[in-house]
Write a protein of this length. Structure first.
Length: 339
């Protein structure tokens, strides 16, 4: 059993699903059930700016936005401008709606970075995964416009069985976009990704081997969600959905709900007993290699541990060293829900 660590009073990183709107909507790996138009329940501009004030006053350092696609929200740039001077700020998009003028507007706001999702590294694979012909070309054009405008672009992959044989192309994509970093992110069984798990879920051992075999040029970092960078980052993270639910992490969606920030001050939801438990990082065992590589992150991801074992303090089954032989390419008959 790892020893309990320091428990923060305020998260360092707060992620927000600023809208549930998306122009693609039917991706095989999507974690949300997006809609074409803004749902009436999405938090309003005033609700977001009040929350931003609250987070700034309570010492949150790092704020990021995702969706849906944040750029589909008409007032998103106003929200960014409102937050800009008070946080380390970034957002995640698939960039299909980026125009030269929009790229210039985003650059002028002065963000740390923009993560752009490339679900595949070819039009054929990307468009198969989104279900929308032409979406790869739009994403590539949007990413290039952002880069030309001076925005730091981080291309990101959700690693799955289809794009796994082509990970080296993500390195090349990073070079093409002048990126300092490329994201290789884990697939989680949430939303459509859960429904398509049998087709998409890769063997984490194969992923770890493929990442280790990458030829990465000097100056390019790989943001890697797999061993030995298997973070247990619940202790610093928080996440708020487009309707105000405080859920700790986007990958805990559907498993927990610590309360709604429309009714309860955010930091009161942060005191939920389970939330506090996860933040102690009290895990039954840990992998020294991952713990060394990621400051204070014993035991790997809590979402994966709970999904595949039903226990919050289990080791992460995606870890080849500590996974206790759990086959994560097969979903459990039921995925547990805390409430
Ligand atoms: S994965 Fe992203 S781009 Fe695809 S439908 Fe979901 S929110 Fe939209
Ligand atoms: S659920 Fe996993 S990815 Fe999310 S904050 Fe916890 S450890 Fe990090």
């Amino acid at each position: 059993m790892t020893k309990p660590g320091m428990v923060l009073d305020t998260p360092i990183v707060v992620g927000t699903q600023v809208t549930n709107t998306c122009d693609l909507q039917h991706c095989k790996q999507c974690y949300t059930d997006c809609s074409a138009t803004p749902p009436a329940e999405d938090m309003t501009f005033d609700e977001w700016t009040n929350l931003i004030d609250y987070l700034a006053e309570h010492g949150v350092i790092h704020l990021y936005f995702e969706g849906g696609d944040p750029l589909l929200r008409p007032d998103f740039l106003d929200i960014l401008r409102y937050a800009q001077s008070r946080f380390l700020l970034w957002f995640r998009t698939h960039a299909t709606t980026v125009t030269p003028a929009l790229a210039q507007e985003i650059a002028a706001i002065g963000l740390g970075r923009v993560v752009v999702d490339f679900f595949g590294t070819s039009a054929e694979m990307h468009d198969y995964l989104t279900g929308v012909p032409g979406s790869y070309e739009k994403t590539m054009r949007g990413a290039e416009l952002l880069r030309e405008a001076g925005v730091t672009v981080i291309p990101a992959a959700i690693v799955n069985r289809l794009n796994l044989p082509h990970l080296q192309r993500y390195v090349e994509l990073g070079q093409r976009l002048g990126a300092e970093e490329v994201g290789l992110l884990r697939l989680y069984p949430i939303g459509a990704a859960k429904r398509n798990w049998a087709e998409l879920a890769p063997d984490p051992r194969e992923v770890t081997a493929a990442i280790a075999a990458l030829d990465v040029p000097e100056g390019l970092r790989m943001m890697n969600g797999f061993h030995p960078y298997d973070a247990n980052c619940c202790w610093v993270n928080a996440h708020i959905t487009s309707t105000g639910d405080s859920i700790g992490c986007p990958y805990l969606r559907g498993m927990v709900n610590y309360g709604n920030v429309r009714e309860t001050p955010f930091l009161e939801t942060w005191q939920d007993p389970l939330y506090r438990q996860l933040r102690t990082q009290e895990i039954e065992d840990d992998c020294p290699e991952c713990t060394t590589n990621r400051m204070r992150s014993p035991g790997g991801c809590r979402s994966s541990a709970f999904t595949f074992t039903g226990r919050w303090d289990a080791t992460d089954p995606f870890c080849p060293e500590m996974g206790n032989g759990v086959d994560v390419t097969l979903l459990p008959a039921t995925i547990p829900v805390r409430r």
